[in-house]
Design a protein around this ligand. Structure first.
Ligand SMILES: *[C@@H]1O[C@H](CO)[C@@H](O)[C@H](O)[C@H]1NC(C)=O
Ligand SMILES: *[C@@H]1O[C@H](CO)[C@@H](O)[C@H](O)[C@H]1NC(C)=O
Ligand SMILES: *[C@@H]1O[C@H](CO)[C@@H](O)[C@H](O)[C@H]1NC(C)=O
Ligand SMILES: *[C@@H]1O[C@H](CO)[C@@H](O)[C@H](O)[C@H]1NC(C)=O
Ligand SMILES: *[C@@H]1O[C@H](CO)[C@@H](O)[C@H](O)[C@H]1NC(C)=O
Ligand SMILES: *[C@@H]1O[C@H](CO)[C@@H](O)[C@H](O)[C@H]1NC(C)=O
Ligand SMILES: *[C@@H]1O[C@H](CO)[C@@H](O)[C@H](O)[C@H]1NC(C)=O
Length: 554
């Protein structure tokens, strides 16, 4: 598919008005003929606000279609005109001229000036192609190089997550896990997550897409998660950028690319939902963040408070919500100044340009901006990474408004004797972690290290759930680690059941995945279990944290 980058605006048409009526009239009738109590009234006000914004969004989608239509019409005009070999363009006979003008034209016969009415010349507003002339070098520059999508559209909330190859740890999978865990099924139904892999190495893009589909097959299948990547010719020659703001070439490249990435991602996301939220690939979210964001936006709209940005995180460009209909403002602005300023400055400058009076002092401007850029407290998003993708630029910024993030989740587990061959750090012992008092924090795991849980009386194990890493140390996961159980009595037909046995008689039942979670059910055929263990197969560059241990018996 190709992208529609914004160009000149166009008129609405009748059918749009009809669409508006179709949406509003039944609602108004409903309002008139029901006697709402306070609750339903509130609900209606919110629903009305929702419809209002949705209409704006549909309008913007409609404009894109109109633009396509206009381009097509221009093209047809050119084809028709070029069929006339005389090479002179005359006044279109059907143009309705007033009598005065007709008269005037008659009096001008023989003059070139008489032929000037309704020429076939079309003014082209130089937008995308002027600011990004390299896009003309390749007809495929605005195509996607990669797309994993079920074509979900018309949702309330689209979340854009740009991601790049990181030298150190990538937190993309942790971010997705966290975003999905914070949604219920109704929220998931009304949301779209677009992962924008901003890399031209197709092999890497495929690696990310495969990782996502393997970990979240249901969410990819339902259309909740999409993965896209731009064509390599979308990017200019980064070596030829102007060095601006006195920054190093590396930094100029990094921030210029970020501007272009945001513009692309926003252009892709714009027609897919009512609201757009910009996120990053190394964040945590509060539970129910989808509903909180949506309600906040609808509340502002129903109270007729104008807004341009709703800000759900104090950091950089994280958690900034826009109406999809208004994204072209940002997209065009980013294209114009991509080489000049970092993306978060541009957002600020755009608002300044939109509303500040140059002749009034800065305080007045700040107040005016705060009316359109509304901050939500407490923050809904927080950074988890400590390394930025820009080499050497540490990103220890944390949002102070976010509050404390739980570092472990306690559970009641069956009584057991626990041991670990991995040395623990400070008071973070496995025993305390098993009892739900803290998390386990072990130093550099080695191959053949094991954590064992031997039950005081053997249990019929139903489910197990282990989560490694935590918000402060997301990279401290268990890598290449299996979950194994030792039954009291091995079923005789174990080989027929195709279970994998270890040399010391344990049955392999699961392993830690790319997000650092191991969970599963244990086949009741195995009967009562004496011991469960986590077995490490290779050494790790990181320490290892177990932040959740849940063993369900009964
Ligand atoms: C081309 O346009 C001229 C001027 O309108 C007209 O007289 C002529 O018939 C046209 N020729 C054709 C082939 O349409
Ligand atoms: C001009 O108007 C006539 C009558 O309304 C119509 O039949 C014809 O198709 C029109 N021609 C053009 C080029 O629009
Ligand atoms: C026609 O043009 C001539 C020369 O420009 C002008 O003097 C004359 O008044 C015009 N006639 C009409 C009817 O406009
Ligand atoms: C989600 O959407 C599907 C398909 O449209 C529907 O069957 C399901 O009931 C929806 N679930 C919720 C919780 O809205
Ligand atoms: C294996 O044995 C168990 C109990 O001894 C029985 O429930 C199960 O059906 C058997 N499975 C196969 C594949 O023979
Ligand atoms: C046993 O190991 C084989 C090969 O590694 C694997 O394909 C199979 O899924 C494993 N079976 C179980 C029950 O884990
Ligand atoms: C896991 O460990 C085994 C044994 O050391 C090794 O062969 C395998 O390559 C490792 N797998 C990964 C994904 O690191």
């Amino acid at each position: 598919m190709t992208l529609n980058l914004p160009a000149s605006p166009l008129r609405r048409r009748n059918c749009f008005v009809i669409l508006g009526f179709a949406l509003f009239v039944p609602l108004c009738l409903f309002v008139l003929f029901s006697v709402p109590d306070v609750n339903t009234e509130q609900l209606l006000v919110q629903r009305l606000a929702e419809l209002q914004i949705r209409l704006q969004y549909l309008d913007s989608v409609y404009r894109i279609r109109q633009e396509d239509l206009q381009k097509l019409t221009e093209y047809i005009d050119v084809v028709l005109l070029s069929q006339n070999s005389t090479g002179v363009t005359l006044v279109n006979p059907n143009t309705s001229l007033t009598n005065d003008v007709k008269h005037l034209v008659k009096n001008m016969t023989g003059l070139n000036a008489a032929y000037g009415i309704n020429p076939s010349f079309v003014v082209r507003f130089s937008t995308s192609y002027y600011f990004l002339p390299h896009l003309l070098d390749d007809p495929f520059s605005l195509r996607l190089a990669y797309m994993l999508s079920k074509g979900r559209a018309g949702v309330s909330l689209v979340m854009g997550i740009p991601t790049v190859k990181r030298e150190k740890q990538s937190y993309l999978m942790d971010t997705l896990q966290n975003l999905l865990e914070g949604m219920n099924s109704a929220e998931a139904n009304d949301t779209l997550i677009v992962v924008f892999v901003a890399e031209t190495d197709l092999q890497y893009v495929l690696h990310v897409a495969r990782q996502i589909e393997t970990r979240y097959p249901a969410q990819v299948e339902s259309g909740l998660i999409e993965v896209i990547s731009p064509s390599p010719s979308y990017y200019p020659d980064f070596e030829k950028l102007r060095l601006t703001l006195g920054d190093s070439r590396e930094r100029v490249k990094w921030r210029s690319k970020q501007n272009l990435d945001f513009a692309f991602l926003m252009s892709y996301a714009q027609p897919k939902g009512t609201f757009y939220v910009q996120l990053e690939d190394d964040i945590l979210a509060k539970p129910q963040y989808v509903t909180e964001m949506k309600n906040f936006a609808l509340d502002k709209t129903s109270k007729k408070e104008p807004w341009f940005v709703l800000d759900f995180c104090q950091l950089g460009f994280i958690g900034k919500m826009f109406k999809s209909a208004e994204l072209p403002w940002l997209i065009t602005f980013f294209q114009m100044f991509y080489n000049d300023k970092p993306v978060d400055w541009l957002l600020d400058h755009l608002l300044y340009t939109k509303i500040c009076n140059y002749e009034k002092n800065n305080d007045v401007c700040k107040k005016e901006k705060a009316k359109l850029w509304i901050r939500y407290k407490p923050s809904l998003f927080q950074h988890i990474g400590t390394h930025s993708s820009l080499k050497g630029k540490m990103q220890k910024l944390k949002d102070k408004q976010f509050g404390k993030v739980p570092l472990f989740i306690p559970h009641n587990n069956p009584e057991a004797d626990v041991t670990s061959s991995i040395k623990h750090y400070k008071q973070y012992t496995l025993k305390r972690a098993y009892l739900g008092e803290t998390f386990f924090w072990g130093l550099l795991p080695q191959p053949d290290d094991q954590l064992t849980f031997t039950f005081s009386s053997p249990v019929l194990l139903k489910r197990y759930y282990f989560r490694s890493g935590n918000a402060d140390h997301p990279a401290d996961k268990f890598y290449n680690t299996t979950v194994e159980v030792l039954p009291v009595e091995m079923p005789r037909n174990i080989t027929k059941l195709a279970y994998n046995l270890t040399s010391d008689g344990y049955v392999l039942v699961g392993k830690f995945d790319s997000v650092g979670i191991a969970s599963g059910v244990v086949d009741e055929v195995l009967g009562k279990i004496r011991t469960l263990r986590l077995y490490i197969h290779s050494d790790s560059d990181n320490w290892a944290i177990l932040s959740e241990i849940h063993i369900q018996d009964e």
